[in-house]
Write a protein that binds this ligand. Structure first.
Ligand code: ZN
Length: 396
């Protein structure tokens, strides 16, 4: 039996902690990770802005500590599983003879958290000292929208003290060696339209009903959806992040079958692409509400309005440094808009450039899916990639 790389063993230990919603075991994560900080000799701090939801920061001081620092962010929590659909227990971290490790969260994004730690450990063991301070950050609740995690953390005094100049966060895998790097995300815009109209007897031709307004709004929304889908389908180079998706996800109302109701409600999950100005987008919806005959109230279930974009211009010093690190491994990166959301949006909202990147080459995207896996050799190669990226970023 060949002995396992200690980095892989650590990853598997981390994967076995059930930091799964709805009751994630954050305490065990923090205990395991703190232990690593102590072994490596990194300062660490645990902040609990919301009880039971710790944020752990490990810091490797640079030799010019007054300079803006580099933040390596990952979240500790994972999404729930349909256990019966997995070939192994999703919290057993079973490794097949070819090195594939199966576990919830191995792609999203516990492998990245451990890669950060191992990269810093490796650099320290090589006797390296970097110019800028590196902070490795472990946050809770990303999978619930990050509201009690990074969402609160970015405006806390503890976060401001970190003096972050640039951050890395999660990305997605790729089947080849061209890794996507995410420089922004679409904005979630989740709304309900409460449509009111004239009520009355179900046997009459009532005018100006809630149903007529619902019909108008649905037609407008689904037509817009069709246009966006067409743009996406017609251009194979277009990533999903470059178009706005619309899905009708909610419908409610009615009192009794012979009563025309005075209100009906419909809801949409919309993800606004950065190619649409979100203020103008909202105005467009408000215009439709007027055109429908008025009497419609828009309720925001969730909206995120900041549309900051991180520079991926060839002359941007952070992006240049990032690319140098990746190119050292003969890999290519393609800048993309992420179709989903991550904690990066909170960092970008406070004007910190963030690149979303996970070095998972030759790997199908299985985040939130059954049988989520990553091969140990890809994981170990990722540590080497991060060593170079971190070194380059810290030298800017
Ligand atoms: Zn994630």
């Amino acid at each position: 039996m060949t002995t396992e790389d200690p980095a892989v063993t650590l990853l598997r230990d981390y994967l076995r902690i059930k930091s799964v919603h709805p009751n994630p075991d954050y305490d065990s994560c923090v205990t395991l990770l703190k232990g690593q900080a102590e072994t490596i000799g990194l300062d660490y701090q645990v902040t609990e802005l919301v009880k039971g939801k710790p944020i752990l920061i490990m810091s490797w001081m640079g030799y010019e500590p007054h300079l803006p620092t580099i933040l390596l962010n990952s979240h500790m929590d994972v999404v729930p599983v349909s256990e019966e659909c997995w070939k192994y227990g999703p919290f057993e971290a079973v490794k097949e003879p070819n090195g594939d490790i199966f576990a919830r969260g191995i792609q999203d994004m516990k492998s990245v958290g451990i890669q950060y730690i191992e990269a810093v450990r490796g650099l320290k063991e090589q006797g390296k000292r970097l110019k800028r301070t590196i902070h490795i950050c472990f946050v809770p609740d990303e999978e619930l929208g990050g509201i009690d995690g990074m969402g609160k953390y970015v405006s806390s005094p503890d976060f401001k003290k970190l003096n972050v100049g640039m951050a890395l966060d999660e990305g997605l895998g790729t089947l080849d060696e061209e890794i996507p790097v995410y420089f922004t995300e679409r904005n979630p815009f989740v709304v309900k339209f409460h449509c009111s109209g004239n009520p009355g007897h179900g046997s009459l031709f009532i005018e100006n009903t809630a149903a007529a307004k619902v019909q108008y709004m649905i037609n407008k929304m689904l037509k817009f959806r069709q246009e966006q889908k067409k743009l996406f389908d017609e251009d194979p180079k277009k990533a999903l992040g470059n178009v706005t998706t619309v899905n009708m996800t909610f419908m409610s109302g009615g009192l009794q079958m012979n009563v025309v109701p005075n209100e009906l409600c419909i809801g949409f999950d919309i993800r606004v692409s950065p190619t649409h100005n979100i203020v103008e987008f909202q105005k467009m919806l408000e215009n439709w509400m007027e055109e429908a005959g008025g009497g419609i109230r828009m309720e925001f279930v969730y909206k995120f309005l900041n549309q900051s974009v991180t520079s991926v211009s060839p002359d941007d010093p952070w992006y240049q440094a990032f690319q140098l690190g990746v190119q050292a491994h003969k890999l290519k990166v393609t800048p993309q808009v992420l179709c989903a959301v991550t904690d990066s949006r909170y960092l970008r909202e406070v004007d910190i450039p963030v690149l979303g990147f996970s070095p998972m080459i030759h790997t199908p995207v299985l985040a939130h899916d059954h049988d989520e896996f990553l091969n140990e050799s890809i994981f170990l190669r990722g540590i080497e990639i991060y060593k170079d990226i971190i070194t380059e970023l810290a030298s800017v």
